[in-house]
Design a protein around this ligand. Structure first.
Ligand SMILES: Nc1ncnc2c1ncn2[C@@H]1O[C@H](COP(=O)(O)OP(=O)(O)OP(=O)(O)O)[C@@H](O)[C@H]1O
Length: 293
C-alpha cells in the first residue's frame, strides 16, 4: 500500500504543483491518476520513487516513509515506465531490459536469461533482443519499456502516460496487454493519463485531479460513471455525450439502446454471469426456507 499524507510540492520558482494531497493506493490494484495537463500527476508519481521530494508531508510505502529510504535503492526497487519508453538508444533491447538486474548484482548471463523471459511476458519476439530501440516500432519500444519496468520484479509499477505516443490501434493492444499482465502479476500499479477512456478501462481506482492535484473525485469506474461528483467530472467523463449516455427506446421491433445522439448502439441482454449468480443465490435455502415441519 502507498499512502500520501498531507503532501505538498512547491517548486523553487514558486509553482505549487501539489497542495495538501491525501490518498491511499491499495496494493495489487491499478490506481489511475487522471487530469488535465499541469494538474500535478507526474509530480505525484515521482514523489513515490523520490525522483521528486515533497516540500511537506510524507509518502509511505507499507507504512514506511520513502524519505527514510536510500533514493537509489528505492528507485531500483520500483518499476518506472514513461512515455517514449525512455530506452537508452545505444543499448540493445536485451541490455536495456537487463540494466537494472545488472545494477542489482546479477551476472550478465543470468540478467540476459531473465530479460528474455520478460520479452515473452510482454509479448515481444525474442528475435528482437539484439536490435536497438531505433529499429523498433513505437509499440514495440513501449513493450520493451514495460519489460524493463518489470525487470527487478518490483511490487510497484509506476506508469507515466506509457501509451500516450502510439497510434490508437497499438494503444488499444497495449492496454489489453497491461490488463492481462495485471491479472497474472498483481502489481501495485500507479498509472498516469490524460485520457478518461483509458482510466475507466484500466483503473480499479480512479482519481480525477484538478490544478494543484486537488482530488475532484475518487472511486471505481462504476462509481464515477454512475455518480459524477460535479459538473467538472460530468464534463470530463463526457457523461452526456455519445456512448456514455445510453437510453432505452421502444421500437415496433422491440427495445433497443441508443446513444446521446440517438444512434442505435445495441439491445439489452441479460448478463449471463449476473443471471447465474442470481440463480445460485435463489437456490440457497434462506432462513425462512429451513426448518420445515
Ligand atoms: N521542475 C519544475 N519546476 C517548476 N515547475 C514545475 C516543475 N515540474 C513541474 N512543474 C509544474 O508543476 C505543475 C504540475 O506539473 P506535472 O508535470 O506534475 O503535471 P501533469 O499533470 O503531469 O502534466 P502533464 O499531463 O502535462 O504531464 C505544472 O504547473 C508544471 O509546470
Amino acid at each position: 500500500m502507498i499512502e500520501f499524507r498531507s503532501v505538498s510540492k512547491r517548486f523553487p520558482d514558486g509553482t505549487l504543483a501539489v497542495g495538501e494531497f491525501n490518498l491511499v493506493i491499495p496494493a495489487r490494484r491499478t490506481t489511475v491518476l487522471v487530469g488535465s495537463s499541469g494538474s500535478g500527476k507526474t509530480t505525484l508519481l515521482r514523489m513515490i520513487n523520490r525522483m521528486v521530494d515533497p516540500s511537506s508531508g510524507t509518502v509511505e510505502i507499507d507504512g514506511e516513509s520513502v524519505q527514510d529510504r536510500d533514493p537509489v535503492t528505492l528507485r531500483r526497487s520500483i518499476g518506472y515506465v514513461m512515455q517514449n519508453s525512455g530506452l537508452m538508444p545505444h543499448f540493445t533491447v536485451i541490455d536495456n531490459v537487463s540494466t537494472v538486474l545488472r545494477l542489482n548484482g546479477a551476472s550478465r548471463r543470468d540478467a540476459h536469461a531473465r530479460a528474455r523471459e520478460l520479452l515473452d511476458t510482454v509479448g515481444l519476439d525474442r528475435a528482437l533482443a539484439d536490435r536497438y530501440p531505433s529499429q523498433l516500432s513505437g509499440g514495440q519500444q513501449q513493450r520493451v519499456g514495460v519489460a524493463r519496468g518489470l525487470a527487478a520484479d518490483p511490487n510497484i509499477l509506476l506508469m507515466d502516460e506509457p501509451f500516450g505516443a502510439v497510434d490508437p490501434i497499438v494503444r488499444s493492444e497495449l492496454q489489453q496487454e497491461l490488463l492481462r499482465l495485471q491479472r497474472e502479476l498483481g502489481k501495485t500499479v500507479v498509472f498516469v493519463t490524460h485520457d478518461i477512456d483509458e482510466a475507466l478501462l484500466l483503473g480499479d481506482q480512479i482519481v480525477i485531479l484538478d490544478a494543484g492535484a486537488r482530488i475532484v473525485q475518487q472511486g471505481s469506474p462504476d462509481e464515477i460513471l454512475a455518480n459524477p461528483a460535479d459538473g467538472f467530472v460530468s464534463a470530463f467523463i463526457g457523461a452526456d455525450r455519445g456512448k456514455r449516455a445510453l437510453s432505452l427506446r421502444q421500437t415496433p421491433h422491440g427495445m433497443i439502446v441508443v446513444d446521446a445522439d440517438g444512434r442505435t448502439q445495441g439491445r439489452l441482454v441479460e448478463d449471463p454471469s449476473h443471471a447465474a449468480a442470481q440463480r445460485g443465490s435463489a437456490a440457497e435455502p434462506g432462513p425462512a426456507a429451513g426448518g420445515g415441519d
